[in-house]
Design a protein around this ligand. Structure first.
Ligand code: MV4
Length: 449
């Protein structure tokens, strides 16, 4: 195991990684921006190094500053967390060039997973179901129109460098296809410096199901079951759970096998997530692989008993997995509720402020992953998530009972602060949610409530 690592992130995930390192008797040095000076999670680290001003471009996204900190701190490895540099192949490559282990997959694998059209082609060749559509990139609107005619409308135009919903356009006819094609191309070019797009059949109101995979140092791959992340708004997930109320044991096994097949074909290493769309008829389609630890990883940890971040460090240090697929048992039910400093009644506008009064729930079945404390001023520069409430019970009903109780206990108060906690209580009172009857359109359809 490493003796000392650098955590190139902030907030709850920085704390999560520091905790995992300490449980492995590994020291953790954390970088921080001036916007995070004096922040509570810095106390948990063995050392903290200020790398620049609050704007991420000059701190958490600034590769030279982070590598300078790694050099000064004399670390063996860097954990990127999620967001920021987590899926930046260039950063992973530079780490390798500096003889610092990037805790994640190799740079080439990040690169190949980042190209969605190529990833889809690889999935198809590995026998993984994909949404019917173009074979790779589509050159122009005429070609897009031909393919759309073939597969039938509605279709989706997607940026190859996109993901997480960016650079996507839906089209129900040739007119909107042609305008959407240009729009997607321009958006992708501006956002990613790559205007490659591809076309596929539009799946109406899918569920978003993802499979957690873990690949050891020799390329051995296991899957740790699924997470249902359908309760989201504009691609911002709000509630995630495992197992999914929509999966039968048969679909779970097939989806798990598909995720493993893709990860093996991609030469994957470390923790990753294979995203699928699940339609009304129980058909599933590969979408992309997220080459990072994800926000919602705790629900998988709760139902499998496997510490994903600890395994990220162990695999990066060259270890093989010490268990096989047959050893992975799913037990109980876990739900994660993202507590964001946002006002759902005002279009989810950021609502940061200084936390004057804080009560974080506890007790049986409750896990809180949070970096905040009373007296903490939520900075405006970063994302608005201030805590993750993870509830665990023997079954889904028990997990929801614990969640309602925990959300009643939760208090985050201060001038200007609003949170998503009340919204979660209302979600937990919705019959469709309680019955497991929801898809990616759930939140939009129930927003009035
Ligand atoms: C789709 C789709 C329907 N049909 N692809 C959005 C994020 C990206 N990872 C994939 N996304 C979608 N791709 C086809 N062919 C609908 C979505 C989608 C979605 C997917 C997952 C979770 C939430 C979503 C919300 C709207 C649309």
């Amino acid at each position: 195991m490493f003796g000392r690592i650098l955590v190139a992130n902030r907030g709850e995930i920085a704390l999560r990684v520091i905790r995992a390192a300490h449980e492995l008797d590994c020291e953790a040095v954390v970088v921080y921006s001036q916007g995070d000076a004096g922040a509570p999670w810095l106390d948990a680290a063995d050392e903290s190094i200020c790398i620049g001003p609050a704007p991420s471009a000059q701190s958490y996204l600034d590769i030279p500053r982070i590598l300078a900190a790694a050099e000064v701190a004399d670390v063996e490895a860097i954990h990127p967390g999620y967001g920021f540099l987590a899926e930046n192949a260039h950063f992973a490559e530079i780490c390798a060039g500096c003889n610092i282990v990037f805790i994640g997959p190799p740079a080439e694998v990040i690169n190949s997973c980042g190209d969605k059209a190529a990833a889809k082609a690889l999935a198809k060749s590995a026998g993984v179901p994909v949404v019917p559509g173009s074979e790779g990139a589509v050159a122009d609107a005429d070609e897009a129109a031909r393919i759309a005619e073939e597969i039938g409308y509605p279709v989706m135009i997607k940026a190859s460098a996109g993901g997480g919903g960016r650079g996507m356009r839906m089209a129900r006819n040739e007119i909107t296809l042609r305008s959407g094609f240009t729009a997607a191309q321009n958006e992708a070019g501006a956002a990613f410096g790559d205007d490659t797009v591809y076309v596929e059949k539009f799946v109406e109101n899918p569920r978003h199901i993802e499979i957690q995979v873990l690949a050891g140092a020799d390329g051995e791959v296991v899957h740790l079951g699924e997470r249902d992340c359908s309760v989201q708004r504009r691609h911002q997930k709000l509630v995630e759970e495992a197992p999914s109320p929509a999966l039968t044991p048969e679909i779970r096994e097939a989806m798990g096998a598909a995720a493993v097949a893709y990860a093996k074909a991609a030469g994957y290493r470390n923790a990753g997530t294979v995203e699928f769309l699940l339609d009304k008829d129980g058909e599933f389609y590969f979408i992309e692989l997220n080459a990072r630890i994800q926000v919602e990883h705790p629900v998988t940890e709760m139902v499998t008993g496997i510490d994903l971040v600890r395994w990220q460090l162990r695999v990066a240090a060259g270890e093989k997995l010490d268990f096989t697929q047959a050893d992975v048992q799913l037990r109980g039910h876990a739900m994660e509720f993202r507590i964001n400093a946002e006002n759902p009644e005002r279009g989810f506008a950021p609502a940061p402020g200084k936390i004057d009064h804080l009560v974080l729930p506890g007790g049986r079945g409750v896990r809180i992953d949070s970096h905040v404390a009373a007296g903490y001023e939520i900075p405006r520069h970063y994302d608005s998530m201030i805590a993750k409430l993870i509830c665990y019970g023997d079954d889904r009903d028990e997990a929801m009972r614990i969640a309602r109780r925990a959300l009643r206990e939760l208090r985050v108060e201060g001038r200007g602060i609003a949170t998503t906690a009340g919204l979660h209580q209302r979600i937990l009172a919705q019959a469709d949610f309680v019955n497991g009857n929801f898809d990616t359109s759930f939140l939009e359809r129930h927003l009035d409530v």
